[in-house]
Design a protein around this ligand. Structure first.
Ligand code: MN
Length: 737
């Protein structure tokens, strides 16, 4: 076929699906490309124009794209390979076509070495992200398909490299965009170069059984055709054999021979309506025996990439199982051409102006379910709605950064040491300021120096990624402690002032430890340092301290009340004799000059009514009552300068409780039956016993500790006398102190 004939075929193909295409412009694009590539040849020896023409043919035949896409396909290599410029194309054709061509050229410039999976995924994302217009990636895929179809002329090394790239980048992208036919062809072509022996084995195996398979396919197709005709269901039915790469993968993964592959054959029935899809399913299940668990309704639940169809596997004649896919014409087009088909439909509908360029893709994807779908939606959103940016290191590694990222983010993404030593940055070979915003595909180089003074304080504002920010914060935390303390202290003091808290409240020795504990810092300097490097805020510190100060204040309220009341009484005393007033007691205790004051009985001496007692004003727990003879209430203590004003007079009221817990110690010469006698004494005196503890000493003494409840000191002394009378008892004492 001459170049001219091939061009005529292209026009004919376009006319077949888009009669109103702009043929004058398409012809002009062809003429421009032919002239620009004049004198260039392909490896096959053919004139170079054959390639763009073939790419345009794929874009028309396989993807049925619009005039602009055809023109861009014809021109796709002129910027890269000829003197023609973006401006030329923009002027001669249109800015849109120029940017499509520019987009394809950019993708062509990217070099992909084989990387680990994650890098591959980033590369795929980046390619889609760089294709601001989805048509760019569609044309690029067509370009790759033609290059793979003509790969035989390349060197074996180049064949392997391109095939690997196709298998890892372009086939998955085609799958994502729902272009099954192209995906299969790309996979088969890649396999042919990646594992020539494996590929050949499958192909020759299929060839050797061709007759047998053809007969089976023809007969099965006739069976289906016949029944559907009888039922008057308009349809197209055809069969296919699984494509070689998919057989290869099954044989390889499941270690099966060709004969053991379940769904080697597939038939496709294309009908007019969704209703007919289910009708046909019923018919198929009537003619052939369905295999359980193999029915899938992708019409009710479409696949993530928009694929819709009914799938079932049935048993044919001779016990050969095969798959049947049933779908409408529209579902079929979407299955075969994917996003391209949607694009076509969208174009036909003209759409409302408010709808964003990718809105239809997004809506298509958002209706899907499942983890895979979520993944796909996420990646497409990320890519097409750009909240990520993909850039290269000088070695060609891809770094994935949030949109708006700067060289600072890039440097810290490489390593914190690179960030901390950064003195400058180059993007695509040119020096840029630190706040320069990175774009997809940029090659970023960081200049470092051992003498770098480290990140500036403004870097926190320039960095976009949380990773960079936290690494910068780390640096300030470690390297600039003194400076941080000064800065942190002034921020803290300003906040205190703002909240009306005097500094001395914070530094007061009785408050500080509790306050620091509340915010989990050991010292004020540590707190200042943290505020200084941004690890903690002055606002948080002050607000937590404020609530702690309030709590302390509340706790001290009782104590304050007590002290104030005592002082007031002392001042009042000389003026007038106290007015007689009803004396109220708390638990039978009258605290001099105070009503309703919290009272507790000291554990050391357990006083009972009748005992001479004194009171001690505790910190926060009201008045503690001791026996006057308790060592803890000794004269020495009562007159100590720091405590003297805390000791106050207390006395028993007339309304004492029924009983009070108190403790006795009985020291005896040990003998048999002693405990029995003590028990008898307790019982005959009607003593309420809370507990008895006894221990023997090495020198044959026994000490009993009795916890009892007593009405008053009189009852207590009766009991003590009674115990004393027991033979062997040496001492009965009330322990104190
Ligand atoms: Mn090309």
């Amino acid at each position: 076929m001459t170049v001219h004939e091939q061009y005529e075929l292209l026009e004919k193909t376009i006319r077949g699906y888009n009669p109103s295409a702009d043929f004058a412009q398409i012809r002009a694009a062809f003429a421009f490309a032919e002239k620009a590539h004049d004198g260039q040849t392909r490896k096959s020896g053919e004139p170079y124009i054959i390639h763009p023409l073939a790419v345009a043919q794929i874009v028309a035949e396989e993807l049925k794209l619009d005039s602009e896409s055809i023109e861009a396909a014809l021109l796709h290599d002129v910027i890269e390979d000829t003197p023609a410029s973006h401006a030329d194309i923009s002027k001669l054709f249109s800015p849109t076509i120029a940017s499509l061509v520019e987009g394809v050229s950019k993708l062509t410039r990217i070099q992909y070495a084989t990387k680990e999976d994650e890098q591959m995924e980033n590369l795929r994302k980046m390619l889609i992200a760089m294709s601001k217009d989805i048509r760019v990636i569609l044309i690029k895929v067509a370009d790759r398909l033609h290059n793979m179809r003509t790969m035989e002329y390349q060197s074996p090394a180049k064949q392997k490299q391109k095939s690997l790239e196709t298998m890892e980048i372009y086939a998955p992208i085609s799958h994502r965009l729902g272009m099954q036919r192209i995906k299969w062809e790309l996979e088969d072509l890649s396999l042919k170069y990646l594992d020539p022996i494996g590929y050949q084995e499958i192909v020759s195996n299929l060839d050797s059984k061709r007759q047998e398979y053809d007969f089976f396919m023809r007969r099965t197709q006739e069976q289906i055709d016949e029944r559907l005709d009888q039922l008057d269901i308009p349809h197209i039915v055809y069969g296919r054999i699984k494509h070689p790469y998919s057989i290869y993968r099954k044989m390889f993964n499941q270690n099966k021979s060709l004969d053991e592959i379940f769904d080697l054959f597939a038939f496709r029935v294309i009908v007019d309506t969704v209703g007919d899809c289910y009708n046909v399913l019923g018919v198929i299940h009537d003619i052939f025996k369905p295999i359980l668990g193999r029915f899938k309704d992708y019409i009710g639940t479409p696949k993530p990439n928009g694929y819709q169809s009914l799938h079932t596997t049935v048993m044919g004649g001779d016990g050969i199982p095969f798959e049947v896919q049933i779908r409408t014409r529209e579902m079929h087009e979407i299955a075969e051409y994917g996003v391209a088909a949607h694009w076509k439909y969208k174009q036909g509908g003209q759409g409302s102006g408010s709808e964003g360029r990718y809105e239809w893709v997004r809506r298509l994807l958002e209706n899907q379910e499942g983890a895979d779908a979520e993944d796909f939606i996420h990646s497409l959103k990320v890519d097409m709605f750009s909240d990520e940016v993909f850039v290269f290191t000088p070695n060609g590694d891809v770094q994935n950064l949030p949109a708006g990222a700067t060289p600072i983010d890039f440097a810290y993404a490489i390593h914190s040491a690179v960030g901390n030593r950064m003195v400058g940055a180059k993007v695509n070979g040119r020096i840029v300021p630190f706040e320069h915003v990175l774009k997809n595909g940029d090659i970023v180089e960081i200049m470092t120096s051992k003498n770098a003074k480290g990140p500036g304080r403004d870097w926190m504002k320039i960095a976009r990624s949380s990773e960079a920010r936290s690494k910068i914060r780390q640096w300030f935390k470690k390297e600039k402690r003194d400076e941080n303390i000064v800065n942190g202290r002034s921020a803290f003091e300003a906040e205190l002032k703002h909240c009306g808290i005097p500094m001395k409240d914070v530094t007061a020795p009785e408050n500080l430890p509790g306050l620091l504990k509340k915010i989990s810092y050991g010292t004020l300097d540590e707190l200042y340092a943290a505020i200084g490097y941004g690890g903690f805020t002055a606002q948080k510190a002050v607000s937590r301290m404020q609530s702690e100060l309030q709590r302390i204040a509340k706790q001290h309220q009782v104590e304050k009340q007590v002290l104030e009341a005592v002082e007031a009484k002392i001042e009042e005393a000389p003026k007038a004799p106290p007015a007689p007033k009803a004396v109220k007691s708390e638990q039978g205790i009258i605290v001099e000059g105070l009503d309703n004051c919290l009272v507790k009985f000291s554990k050391c001496c357990t006083p009972v009514p009748g005992d001479e007692i004194v009171g001690f004003i505790t910190r926060g727990y009201g008045v503690s009552v001791h026996r006057a003879d308790c060592p803890n209430a000794s004269l020495e203590r009562r007159t100590a300068p720091d405590q003297a004003d805390r000791w106050i007079k207390v006395s028993w009221g007339s309304d004492t409780n029924e009983s009070y817990p108190t403790t006795l110690e009985v020291v005896c010469k040990d003998r048999q039956g002693l405990l029995l006698d003590i028990s008898a004494a307790l019982s005959t005196t009607n003593t309420f016993v809370l507990g008895i503890n006894s221990r023997s000493t090495e020198d044959d003494f026994a000490i009993f500790r009795l916890e009892v409840r007593m009405r008053d000191s009189q009852q207590l002394s009766t009991l003590m006398n009674r115990l004393h009378q027991i033979s062997g008892v040496l001492k009965v004492v009330r322990p104190a102190g």
